[in-house]
Design a protein around this ligand. Structure first.
Ligand code: NDP
Length: 318
């Protein structure tokens, strides 16, 4: 076989909690998995700061440290973890043909897709500057750090409504900033938002700039300048945390027209399974989960994907 073509039993695309957990189980089942880490090695957890809700870390840990730990754990069982990306996947026949960004061809008997999703951001430079220092796209991950404080949530869909009501239980006050005068969220979620006393709606408005303070290496958000889109009026709201909840984008562009996905691009898996519509291709983590999106649920589906890949190969052998 040419140097540029390699045959593997199990190819894992993506290196977040789903990909690494799949690798851990696949390696221990002697599937000799090969993991392509993708554009953001370690996934979304590498852009959060502290993680306190992953079981097994009584004192919490840093997102980057946790992903390093997962990587070390899978390396211990001989997983081949590689830099680089898979840029194309031919699913029309087995073995599936994957192409790397360096032009290498991987012929894979099974594929586990764990390419995750990316939070959508507003695009303000200050949003990037304070990311991880008061700016977050995940209330369940970071909300606890704002206990008793004041935060703003941006967005008007179910995610924003859910994040706002979740945060309202922890913080003193939530400003829910939305660009229109009605929410897109389901009626049930809207009802929950409107009856929560410490949520104040900021209608018809868009954040213009996040304000913060810097001292040495530390940074913290102190406020947000908001523009009323109907009147053009600007005001500053004092806040300690700024949560962006304007949706997520699953990283599934490469699979369009090849694997079944819903209208928003999430891969569709069979109920109680990680199997996609193509036998031998499995999907785990945020690429197929728009509801829970937690590290621990991603890890759980990663485990399922590896077990299903193992069973699939055993069935083929039979
Ligand atoms: P949505 O696309 O439904 O909503 C995004 C919201 O963000 C909209 O209100 C939109 O405003 C606003 N928005 C988008 N871009 C910008 C921008 N640049 N500036 C300001 N505001 C912006 O995304 P969600 O993540 O809320 O939901 C995605 C899917 O997941 C939905 O189908 C939802 O029902 C589902 N979901 C279900 C949950 C549940 O059932 N528990 C929980 C979370 C999500 P506008 O309304 O003006 O377009």
């Amino acid at each position: 076989m040419s140097e540029n073509i390699e045959k593997v039993k199990c190819l894992i695309i993506g290196s977040g909690p789903a990909g690494y957990t799949a690798a851990l189980y696949a390696a221990r089942a002697e599937l000799y998995p090969v993991v392509y880490q993708g554009m953001q090695p370690g996934g979304q957890l590498t852009i959060t700061t502290e993680v306190e809700n992953f079981p097994g870390y009584p004192d919490g840990t840093q997102g980057t440290a946790m992903m390093e730990d997962m990587k070390k754990q899978v390396e211990r069982f001989g997983t081949d973890i590689r830099w680089g990306e898979i840029v194309d996947l031919d699913v029309s026949e087995r073995p599936f043909k994957a192409k790397t960004d360096e032009g290498k061809i991987i012929l894979a008997e099974t594929v586990i897709i764990s390419t995750g999703a990316s939070a959508k951001w507003l695009g303000m430079p200050s949003e990037q500057e304070y990311n991880g220092y008061g700016v977050s796209a995940c209330a369940t991950c970071d909300g606890y750090f704002y206990k008793g404080k004041v935060v703003a949530v941006v967005g008007g869909g179910d995610t924003a409504a859910e994040e706002a009501t979740y945060l309202a239980k922890l913080v003193k006050k939530v400003y829910l900033i939305h660009r229109r005068d009605e929410l897109r969220a389901s009626k049930a979620m809207q009802k929950r938002v409107f009856k929560t006393e410490n949520i104040e709606m900021v209608w018809d408005s868009a954040p213009k700039e996040i304000i913060g303070k810097k001292e040495g290496f530390s940074k913290a958000v102190t406020g947000v300048i908001v523009e009323n889109l109907k009147t053009g009026e600007e005001r500053t709201i004092d806040i300690d945390g700024f949560f962006v909840a304007i949706g997520h984008k699953p990283n599934s562009d490469m699979f369009k027209g090849k694997l079944d996905m819903d209208e928003t691009g999430y891969l569709i898996t069979r109920p109680d399974s990680t199997a996609t519509n193509v036998p031998g291709i499995f999907a785990a983590g945020d690429i197929q989960d728009k509801t829970f999106r937690q590290a621990v649920t991603a890890a759980g589906t990663g485990c399922m994907a590896a077990l299903e890949a193992e069973r699939f190969l055993a069935d083929q052998d039979d």
